[in-house]
Design a protein around this ligand. Structure first.
Ligand code: MOS
Length: 697
């Protein structure tokens, strides 16, 4: 169906803005639960080995301590199939920081002190935590994240590279990154008196996933687990799937026979809720003298944990970005004694496009072409990976519009040719992309006798503005003003919906809401002649995978521009200006959309200049595990960020025409900045972050 749009598109304030800024929107840890106790985890201080003794006597002697659990006395879990989630089920230690125990006490102060009194002894084994591309033991995973093929191959890459007039062989690296949402991971677990069901107030990106995972692990029917998360303070992927802390909270509450509150400290988060894998990416490009690509090879090495495999889809964007008759992408993993990596904002596209878009810039230099012109010359007719036509492809429009707005031309391409005082200045550009997908969700629309509508859906608003946008969509689909619609989200007692992830929320949840609204209006019209019965009326709506995805390649695109200043004496890099133009279908809410894109670009700037999780190979732990040491761009690091989008009408993606904007903002930003740093200084930094030592040599 098509939508008349009145609310959709408007730059509306967040409906929950007042609650957020007055501190009255409850986050997971803040629910007032009668009789609540506090849990504090004990983490392994070795990276590999086993626990040989666990002495809790001093902790248990402390008044107010209720329980201390380790693998020796923790309840046996009938599930989980996932070894990472089998907390306290064995003496084995697979990574530094793994949970080896938990203390439960009456107050948060007592529990933390008690945890410090527990003495754990280990039998330590040699650990292996170093990611290198020359390791003999790299392996090919079955699949990479989101179900993509691990490798692809078209044509004869080696022959094309050997005969190419211009051939580049470049290696880029990105470090590990931690997701670091502002709200730490937290759970309150409340078991029923009969021990047959449990309610969780939990910080997550999807209540159903947590519900199903906990139910499987504890051998409960899924409907005996209820997960509540109406307000969530960010996730960036780290709250998408269940991680050990939620299991520990449920286990601790079961053992203590009391409700348990568990909030991770920032430092604890660095081991147990995931991070983005570091990458080593070899990119080889072959091109004609006019810049037309003849071959692209993108070979990625990344890491996973011994306890669970996670394989990021780093090279997938290289499969569809540019035309080239010969192409290869591969992913290889090093299985290391490290914490388990996970998805982080634009998994795959974010690090992968840093490499590809840096390499394109290097090719532009080698071919003596403007980098925008180079990209225009390599624009594909259809998706080179699948052969399918694009449902819409706005890259060229974004590059042109961005060049205009940024004032890209006239640009002297020579590096190190401009300065202002002791600052070298330069500009850079990179492309951006993110897939447009949707997956199954359901919703329920209700109207009462007074004509007030309620829409129920187990969607998540992790700070994106989803609550507001979905209310706009519901109002338009119901053809009523927004004031008459109440949206209820974040509760597994509502109809099943997918996680907030993969930039699929609006597309998936919105489609289900449009269906439910359409069904409700049809019932009202056909069964009740348009008059709401006194007892009210309701109708469900379902959205599945998009059948058009079999016919079309669907992606959002963008163009990122950066202006940088690099100090000649200190190497300090400043980014006075970023500009992004995006083609992401129809924009549902101009204000929250701008915030998403601006936030993504800021995170990209942070990736370019600041962020890196440093693993100490001697101990196997991330040593810079707090905000004093893990540097994130602050306000003072961010200059002007100019965000805009082009009008794009894509009838194939979903009824709203929305492509998803949560992740594309981060893609390409770091490459645009690195390319600008090259233009300013003549130094090509291929290893993020771009710290001053790399510019002074
Ligand atoms: Mo996002 S990394 O898909 O939560």
């Amino acid at each position: 169906m098509s939508l008349t749009t009145r609310a959709i598109g408007a730059p509306l304030d967040r409906l929950d803005g007042p609650q957020k800024v007055t501190g009255t929107a409850p986050y997971a840890f803040e629910y007032p639960v009668a009789g609540a106790t506090y849990a504090f985890p004990i983490q392994s201080t070795i990276a590999r080995g086993r626990v040989v003794s666990f002495d809790a006597r001093a902790a248990l002697a402390l008044p107010g301590v209720l329980a201390v659990l380790s693998h020796e006395n923790a309840p046996r879990l009938p599930g989980p199939h996932d070894a990472e989630l089998a907390v306290l089920q064995s003496d084995a230690v697979a990574y530094h920081g793994q949970f080896v125990g938990v203390v439960v006490a009456e107050t948060s102060e007592i529990v933390r002190h008690a945890a410090s009194l527990v003495a754990v002894r280990y039998e330590e084994q040699l650990h292996d935590v170093e990611l290198r591309a020359d390791r003999g033991s790299l392996y090919k995973p079955e699949r990479i994240n989101a179900g993509f093929e691990t490798d692809t191959s078209n044509g004869d890459v080696e022959a094309a590279l050997a005969s190419a007039p211009i051939a580049l062989d470049l290696t880029y690296t990105t470090p590990a990154y931690h997701n670091n949402p502002l709200e730490p991971h937290a759970t309150i677990a409340v078991w029923s008196d009969d021990g047959e069901s449990v309610t969780l107030y939990d910080a997550n990106q999807g209540v159903y996933g947590i519900r199903d995972t906990v139910a499987a692990a504890f051998g409960l029917p899924p409907e005996r687990v209820r997960v509540i998360a109406p307000y969530v303070g960010g996730g960036f992927g780290s709250k998408a799937f269940a991680h050990p802390p939620v299991m520990l909270a449920v286990l601790a509450a079961h053992a203590a026979g009391r409700p348990v509150k568990l909030a991770l400290t920032r430092q604890q988060m660095f081991a147990v809720v995931g991070y983005r894998t570091p990458t080593i990416q070899r990119v080889r490009l072959g091109a004609e003298r006019d810049g037309r690509l003849t071959a692209i090879a993108h070979d990625v090495v990344e890491q996973t944990a011994t306890i669970k495999e996670f394989a990021e889809q780093t090279a997938v964007a290289t499969r569809m970005m540019y035309a080239a008759p010969n192409r290869r992408t591969t992913h290889r993993l090093a299985r290391l004694d490290v914490p388990v990596p996970t998805i982080m904002r634009a998994p795959g596209e974010c690090p992968g496009m840093f490499a590809l878009e840096s390499a394109l810039d290097e090719l532009a230099v080698a071919a003596g072409l403007d980098p925008i012109e180079l990209r225009l010359r390599n624009e594909p007719e259809s998706d080179p990976g699948t052969g399918r036509p694009f449902s819409s492809r706005g890259l060229v429009a974004c590059l042109r519009e961005g060049a205009e707005r940024f004032g890209w031309q006239p640009r002297d391409p020579r590096p190190r040719a401009r300065s202002e005082g002791r600052w070298l200045v330069g500009t850079g550009v990179a492309a951006s992309t993110y897939p447009t997908r949707r997956s199954s969700s359901s919703a329920l629309a209700r109207v009462d006798g007074a004509g007030h509508y309620t829409v129920l859906i187990a969607a998540s608003d992790i700070g994106t503005g989803a609550r507001t946008v979905l209310t706009q969509i519901a109002a338009d689909a119901l053809d009523v003003p927004m004031e008459r619609v109440q949206l209820e989200i974040g509760d597994s007692s509502f109809p099943r919906a997918r996680i907030a992830g993969g930039s699929m929320g609006t597309a998936s949840w919105g489609t289900a809401i449009v269906e439910a609204a359409g069904n409700l209006r049809a019932r009202l019209r056909d069964e009740f002649g348009g008059v709401v019965p006194p007892e009210g009326l309701e109708a469900p709506g379902e959205a599945g995978d998009n059948p058009e995805a079999q016919r079309f390649s669907m992606h959002a695109f963008g163009a990122q521009f950066a202006a940088v200043r690099v100090n000649m004496d200190t190497g300090e890099v400043r980014v006075p200006r970023l500009l992004g133009v995006f083609a992401a279908g129809r924009i549902m809410n101009a204000k929250t959309a701008r915030s998403q894109l601006l936030g993504g670009m800021t995170m990209g700037l942070s990736m370019a200049l600041h962020e890196a999780s440093v693993l100490d190979p001697r101990f196997g732990d991330f040593v810079n595990h707090d905000f004093a040491e893990y540097h994130i761009a602050t306000n003072a690091d961010v200059g002007t960020v100019d965000v805009s989008w082009i009008d794009e009408d894509d009838p194939y993606v979903n009824p709203m025409g929305a492509k998803g904007i949560g992740e594309i903002g981060i893609v390409g930003t770091a490459a645009a900045i690195a390319n600008a740093v090259y233009h300013a200084t003549g130094v090509r930094v291929r290893d993020l972050p771009i710290t001053l030592d790399k510019l002074l040599s």
